[in-house]
Design a protein around this ligand. Structure first.
Ligand code: PBG
Length: 330
Protein backbone atom coordinates (compact mmCIF):
# COMPACT_ATOMS: atom_id res chain seq x y z
CA UNK A 1 0.00 0.00 0.00
CA UNK A 2 1.36 3.39 -0.99
CA UNK A 3 1.00 6.15 1.48
CA UNK A 4 1.15 9.66 0.09
CA UNK A 5 0.99 11.27 3.43
CA UNK A 6 1.35 10.47 7.07
CA UNK A 7 0.73 12.20 10.31
CA UNK A 8 1.38 15.14 10.54
CA UNK A 9 0.03 15.89 7.10
CA UNK A 10 1.83 19.22 6.93
CA UNK A 11 5.40 19.80 7.99
CA UNK A 12 6.24 23.52 8.11
CA UNK A 13 9.57 22.63 9.71
CA UNK A 14 10.90 21.55 6.27
CA UNK A 15 11.33 25.23 5.46
CA UNK A 16 13.31 25.88 8.63
CA UNK A 17 15.94 23.19 8.30
CA UNK A 18 19.06 25.16 7.35
CA UNK A 19 20.24 28.76 7.36
CA UNK A 20 20.13 28.74 3.55
CA UNK A 21 16.53 27.53 3.54
CA UNK A 22 15.48 30.07 6.15
CA UNK A 23 17.24 32.80 4.25
CA UNK A 24 15.45 31.88 1.04
CA UNK A 25 11.97 31.97 2.57
CA UNK A 26 12.48 35.05 4.77
CA UNK A 27 9.70 37.57 4.16
CA UNK A 28 11.35 40.53 5.84
CA UNK A 29 14.87 41.73 5.15
CA UNK A 30 16.50 44.65 6.82
CA UNK A 31 18.58 46.90 4.59
CA UNK A 32 20.92 49.73 5.63
CA UNK A 33 18.75 52.13 3.63
CA UNK A 34 15.82 51.40 5.97
CA UNK A 35 17.68 53.07 8.79
CA UNK A 36 17.81 56.64 10.07
CA UNK A 37 20.15 57.71 12.86
CA UNK A 38 18.86 60.09 15.54
CA UNK A 39 21.76 62.23 16.81
CA UNK A 40 22.29 64.91 19.45
CA UNK A 41 24.51 67.95 19.11
CA UNK A 42 25.30 69.90 22.26
CA UNK A 43 26.51 73.42 22.62
CA UNK A 44 29.55 74.30 24.70
CA UNK A 45 31.30 70.94 25.08
CA UNK A 46 34.70 70.11 23.68
CA UNK A 47 34.42 66.34 23.75
CA UNK A 48 31.43 64.05 23.16
CA UNK A 49 29.49 63.22 26.32
CA UNK A 50 28.12 59.69 26.66
CA UNK A 51 24.49 59.62 27.80
CA UNK A 52 24.35 57.70 31.08
CA UNK A 53 21.07 55.95 30.39
CA UNK A 54 21.98 55.25 26.75
CA UNK A 55 25.40 53.59 26.75
CA UNK A 56 27.00 53.98 23.33
CA UNK A 57 25.00 57.12 22.45
CA UNK A 58 26.64 60.52 22.73
CA UNK A 59 25.82 64.16 22.91
CA UNK A 60 28.07 65.26 20.08
CA UNK A 61 30.28 68.25 19.67
CA UNK A 62 29.92 69.94 16.30
CA UNK A 63 33.01 68.05 15.15
CA UNK A 64 32.05 64.64 16.43
CA UNK A 65 28.60 65.09 14.89
CA UNK A 66 30.16 65.57 11.47
CA UNK A 67 32.16 62.42 12.01
CA UNK A 68 29.06 60.46 13.06
CA UNK A 69 27.26 61.69 9.94
CA UNK A 70 30.15 60.65 7.72
CA UNK A 71 30.21 57.21 9.33
CA UNK A 72 26.47 56.84 8.77
CA UNK A 73 26.95 57.60 5.07
CA UNK A 74 29.80 55.13 4.88
CA UNK A 75 27.62 52.42 6.44
CA UNK A 76 24.76 53.07 4.00
CA UNK A 77 22.29 54.61 6.47
CA UNK A 78 19.73 56.80 4.66
CA UNK A 79 19.18 59.65 7.02
CA UNK A 80 20.05 61.45 10.21
CA UNK A 81 17.53 63.12 12.56
CA UNK A 82 19.15 65.94 14.50
CA UNK A 83 18.33 67.21 17.98
CA UNK A 84 19.97 70.27 19.50
CA UNK A 85 21.03 70.66 23.12
CA UNK A 86 21.64 74.36 23.91
CA UNK A 87 23.41 75.85 26.91
CA UNK A 88 21.04 75.74 29.88
CA UNK A 89 21.18 79.52 30.30
CA UNK A 90 19.96 80.04 26.73
CA UNK A 91 16.63 78.37 27.38
CA UNK A 92 13.59 80.59 27.88
CA UNK A 93 9.81 80.38 27.85
CA UNK A 94 9.52 80.74 24.07
CA UNK A 95 12.43 78.49 23.16
CA UNK A 96 14.01 81.45 21.37
CA UNK A 97 17.29 79.69 20.67
CA UNK A 98 15.33 77.13 18.63
CA UNK A 99 14.74 79.77 15.97
CA UNK A 100 18.08 81.55 16.25
CA UNK A 101 19.89 81.01 12.93
CA UNK A 102 23.03 80.50 15.02
CA UNK A 103 21.33 78.22 17.56
CA UNK A 104 23.00 74.87 18.12
CA UNK A 105 20.52 72.87 16.05
CA UNK A 106 20.91 75.16 13.06
CA UNK A 107 24.70 75.03 13.39
CA UNK A 108 24.51 71.26 13.50
CA UNK A 109 22.30 71.14 10.42
CA UNK A 110 24.68 73.38 8.50
CA UNK A 111 27.72 71.36 9.59
CA UNK A 112 26.15 68.05 8.63
CA UNK A 113 24.97 69.35 5.26
CA UNK A 114 28.46 70.66 4.55
CA UNK A 115 29.85 67.24 5.46
CA UNK A 116 27.41 64.96 3.63
CA UNK A 117 25.80 67.14 0.95
CA UNK A 118 22.92 65.13 -0.47
CA UNK A 119 24.34 61.71 0.36
CA UNK A 120 22.43 61.50 3.62
CA UNK A 121 18.94 62.86 4.17
CA UNK A 122 19.34 65.51 6.82
CA UNK A 123 16.32 65.75 9.09
CA UNK A 124 15.59 68.12 11.87
CA UNK A 125 13.45 67.63 14.97
CA UNK A 126 10.94 70.44 14.85
CA UNK A 127 9.85 70.96 18.43
CA UNK A 128 10.46 73.43 21.23
CA UNK A 129 11.12 71.12 24.18
CA UNK A 130 14.89 71.14 23.81
CA UNK A 131 14.88 74.93 23.94
CA UNK A 132 12.29 75.93 26.52
CA UNK A 133 13.12 76.45 30.19
CA UNK A 134 9.88 74.69 31.21
CA UNK A 135 10.62 71.75 28.90
CA UNK A 136 7.27 71.69 27.12
CA UNK A 137 6.96 71.24 23.37
CA UNK A 138 5.20 74.56 23.03
CA UNK A 139 4.79 77.98 24.60
CA UNK A 140 2.57 78.40 27.66
CA UNK A 141 -0.42 80.64 28.26
CA UNK A 142 -0.99 82.61 31.50
CA UNK A 143 -2.44 79.54 33.19
CA UNK A 144 0.65 77.53 32.31
CA UNK A 145 -1.13 75.42 29.69
CA UNK A 146 0.50 74.66 26.36
CA UNK A 147 -0.96 77.22 23.97
CA UNK A 148 -1.61 75.40 20.69
CA UNK A 149 -1.97 78.31 18.28
CA UNK A 150 0.78 80.46 19.74
CA UNK A 151 3.03 77.40 19.44
CA UNK A 152 2.14 77.01 15.76
CA UNK A 153 3.61 80.45 15.10
CA UNK A 154 6.87 79.34 16.68
CA UNK A 155 6.85 76.12 14.63
CA UNK A 156 6.32 78.06 11.39
CA UNK A 157 9.40 80.14 12.13
CA UNK A 158 11.36 77.07 13.17
CA UNK A 159 10.57 75.30 9.91
CA UNK A 160 11.89 78.26 7.92
CA UNK A 161 15.06 78.56 9.96
CA UNK A 162 15.74 74.83 9.76
CA UNK A 163 15.18 74.83 6.00
CA UNK A 164 17.60 77.75 5.68
CA UNK A 165 20.14 75.81 7.72
CA UNK A 166 19.98 72.89 5.30
CA UNK A 167 17.34 70.41 6.49
CA UNK A 168 16.06 68.24 3.64
CA UNK A 169 13.21 67.11 5.88
CA UNK A 170 11.62 68.62 8.97
CA UNK A 171 10.13 66.36 11.61
CA UNK A 172 7.44 68.10 13.67
CA UNK A 173 7.22 66.12 16.91
CA UNK A 174 5.22 68.43 19.18
CA UNK A 175 1.72 67.03 18.53
CA UNK A 176 0.07 70.45 18.21
CA UNK A 177 -3.17 70.53 16.26
CA UNK A 178 -2.67 71.97 12.78
CA UNK A 179 1.12 71.82 12.88
CA UNK A 180 1.60 70.12 9.53
CA UNK A 181 -0.52 72.62 7.60
CA UNK A 182 1.12 75.62 9.22
CA UNK A 183 4.60 74.27 8.59
CA UNK A 184 3.82 73.45 4.95
CA UNK A 185 2.57 76.99 4.40
CA UNK A 186 5.58 78.49 6.15
CA UNK A 187 7.99 76.51 3.97
CA UNK A 188 6.12 77.30 0.77
CA UNK A 189 6.03 81.00 1.66
CA UNK A 190 9.82 81.16 1.56
CA UNK A 191 9.97 79.14 -1.65
CA UNK A 192 10.98 75.90 0.01
CA UNK A 193 8.49 73.58 -1.62
CA UNK A 194 11.41 71.15 -1.84
CA UNK A 195 11.64 70.58 1.91
CA UNK A 196 9.63 67.52 2.96
CA UNK A 197 7.67 66.95 6.16
CA UNK A 198 8.02 63.75 8.13
CA UNK A 199 5.07 64.05 10.50
CA UNK A 200 5.24 62.45 13.91
CA UNK A 201 1.65 61.41 13.34
CA UNK A 202 0.92 58.92 16.08
CA UNK A 203 3.08 59.98 18.96
CA UNK A 204 2.16 58.48 22.28
CA UNK A 205 2.81 59.88 25.73
CA UNK A 206 5.33 57.22 26.69
CA UNK A 207 7.39 56.32 29.74
CA UNK A 208 9.97 54.99 27.29
CA UNK A 209 11.09 58.54 26.41
CA UNK A 210 12.83 58.69 29.80
CA UNK A 211 16.43 58.33 28.62
CA UNK A 212 15.87 60.90 25.83
CA UNK A 213 15.00 63.50 28.43
CA UNK A 214 18.48 62.98 29.86
CA UNK A 215 19.95 63.04 26.38
CA UNK A 216 18.62 66.54 25.69
CA UNK A 217 18.89 67.80 29.27
CA UNK A 218 15.13 68.38 29.32
CA UNK A 219 13.79 70.65 32.04
CA UNK A 220 10.30 69.11 31.95
CA UNK A 221 8.65 68.73 35.35
CA UNK A 222 5.20 67.38 34.51
CA UNK A 223 4.16 65.29 31.54
CA UNK A 224 2.98 65.76 27.96
CA UNK A 225 -0.40 64.11 28.30
CA UNK A 226 -2.39 67.10 27.05
CA UNK A 227 -0.73 66.89 23.64
CA UNK A 228 0.78 63.42 23.18
CA UNK A 229 -1.62 60.51 22.74
CA UNK A 230 -2.95 58.17 25.37
CA UNK A 231 -1.40 54.67 25.05
CA UNK A 232 -4.89 53.23 25.44
CA UNK A 233 -6.13 54.55 22.10
CA UNK A 234 -6.03 53.40 18.49
CA UNK A 235 -8.72 55.46 16.79
CA UNK A 236 -7.14 58.80 17.53
CA UNK A 237 -4.05 57.69 15.63
CA UNK A 238 -6.19 57.15 12.57
CA UNK A 239 -7.70 60.58 13.06
CA UNK A 240 -4.27 62.18 13.43
CA UNK A 241 -3.21 60.30 10.30
CA UNK A 242 -6.10 61.64 8.23
CA UNK A 243 -5.39 65.19 9.42
CA UNK A 244 -1.65 65.02 8.78
CA UNK A 245 -2.17 63.72 5.25
CA UNK A 246 -4.79 66.34 4.53
CA UNK A 247 -2.46 69.06 5.83
CA UNK A 248 0.36 67.91 3.57
CA UNK A 249 2.55 65.36 5.37
CA UNK A 250 4.93 63.67 2.93
CA UNK A 251 5.74 60.82 5.30
CA UNK A 252 4.19 59.73 8.57
CA UNK A 253 5.66 58.23 11.71
CA UNK A 254 4.56 56.07 14.59
CA UNK A 255 6.40 56.50 17.87
CA UNK A 256 7.40 54.62 20.00
CA UNK A 257 7.77 51.55 17.78
CA UNK A 258 7.98 48.30 19.75
CA UNK A 259 5.02 48.74 22.12
CA UNK A 260 2.91 50.18 19.25
CA UNK A 261 3.38 47.65 16.44
CA UNK A 262 -0.39 47.25 16.14
CA UNK A 263 -0.71 50.98 15.46
CA UNK A 264 2.16 50.82 12.99
CA UNK A 265 0.52 47.94 11.11
CA UNK A 266 -2.78 49.81 10.94
CA UNK A 267 -1.20 53.03 9.76
CA UNK A 268 0.91 51.19 7.18
CA UNK A 269 -2.22 49.46 5.90
CA UNK A 270 -4.06 52.75 5.40
CA UNK A 271 -1.66 55.06 3.62
CA UNK A 272 -0.02 55.68 0.28
CA UNK A 273 2.94 57.59 1.74
CA UNK A 274 6.11 56.16 3.31
CA UNK A 275 5.76 55.13 6.93
CA UNK A 276 8.48 55.54 9.54
CA UNK A 277 8.72 54.14 13.04
CA UNK A 278 10.92 55.50 15.83
CA UNK A 279 12.57 52.93 18.05
CA UNK A 280 12.98 55.34 20.91
CA UNK A 281 15.47 55.84 23.70
CA UNK A 282 13.79 53.53 26.23
CA UNK A 283 13.59 50.73 23.69
CA UNK A 284 17.32 51.14 23.14
CA UNK A 285 18.17 51.33 26.83
CA UNK A 286 16.16 48.25 27.80
CA UNK A 287 18.08 46.03 25.41
CA UNK A 288 21.45 47.57 26.29
CA UNK A 289 20.79 47.25 30.02
CA UNK A 290 19.64 43.64 29.83
CA UNK A 291 22.60 42.81 27.60
CA UNK A 292 25.05 44.44 30.01
CA UNK A 293 23.77 42.12 32.71
CA UNK A 294 24.14 39.13 30.45
CA UNK A 295 20.39 38.58 30.47
CA UNK A 296 19.86 38.83 26.74
CA UNK A 297 21.83 38.27 23.53
CA UNK A 298 22.36 41.90 22.54
CA UNK A 299 22.93 41.52 18.81
CA UNK A 300 20.08 39.09 18.27
CA UNK A 301 17.71 41.22 20.33
CA UNK A 302 18.61 44.31 18.30
CA UNK A 303 18.07 42.55 14.98
CA UNK A 304 14.84 40.96 16.16
CA UNK A 305 13.44 44.25 17.43
CA UNK A 306 14.19 45.94 14.09
CA UNK A 307 12.88 43.03 12.03
CA UNK A 308 9.63 43.17 14.01
CA UNK A 309 9.25 46.88 13.29
CA UNK A 310 9.84 46.36 9.58
CA UNK A 311 7.52 43.33 9.48
CA UNK A 312 4.77 45.44 11.04
CA UNK A 313 4.99 47.79 8.07
CA UNK A 314 7.68 50.44 8.56
CA UNK A 315 9.54 51.60 5.47
CA UNK A 316 12.01 53.56 7.55
CA UNK A 317 13.20 53.00 11.10
CA UNK A 318 14.78 55.60 13.32
CA UNK A 319 17.12 53.75 15.64
CA UNK A 320 20.15 54.67 17.74
CA UNK A 321 21.76 51.48 16.40
CA UNK A 322 21.45 52.64 12.77
CA UNK A 323 25.15 52.85 11.93
CA UNK A 324 26.12 49.71 13.81
CA UNK A 325 23.33 47.66 12.25
CA UNK A 326 23.92 49.06 8.75
CA UNK A 327 27.56 47.99 9.05
CA UNK A 328 26.52 44.53 10.14
CA UNK A 329 24.10 44.23 7.24
CA UNK A 330 26.47 45.73 4.70
C1 PBG B 1 10.31 65.87 21.20
C2 PBG B 1 10.88 64.51 21.04
C3 PBG B 1 11.01 63.52 22.01
C4 PBG B 1 11.59 62.43 21.38
C5 PBG B 1 11.80 62.76 20.06
N1 PBG B 1 11.32 64.05 19.85
C6 PBG B 1 10.75 63.56 23.45
C7 PBG B 1 9.41 63.66 23.98
O1 PBG B 1 8.41 63.73 23.27
O2 PBG B 1 9.33 63.71 25.20
C8 PBG B 1 11.91 61.14 22.06
C9 PBG B 1 12.86 60.24 21.34
C10 PBG B 1 13.38 59.13 22.16
O3 PBG B 1 12.91 58.87 23.28
O4 PBG B 1 14.31 58.47 21.68
N2 PBG B 1 11.22 66.85 20.74
Amino acid sequence: MTRYGSFPGSRPRRLRTTPAMRRMVAETRLHPADLILPAFVREGIDAPVEIGSMPGVYQHTRDSLKKAAAEAVEAGVSGIMLFGVPLEEKKDGAGTVGTDPDGILQQGLRDVRAEVGDELIVMSDLCLDEFTDHGHCGVLDEQGRVDNDATLERYAEMAQVQADAGAHVVGPSGMMDGQIGVIRDALDQIGREDVAILAYTAKYSSAFYGPFREAVGSSLKGDRKTYQQDPANTRESLRELALDLEEGADMVMVKPAGPYLDILAKVAGEVDVPVAAYQISGEYSMIEAAAQRGWIDRDRAIMESLTGIKRAGANMILTYWATEVARRLG
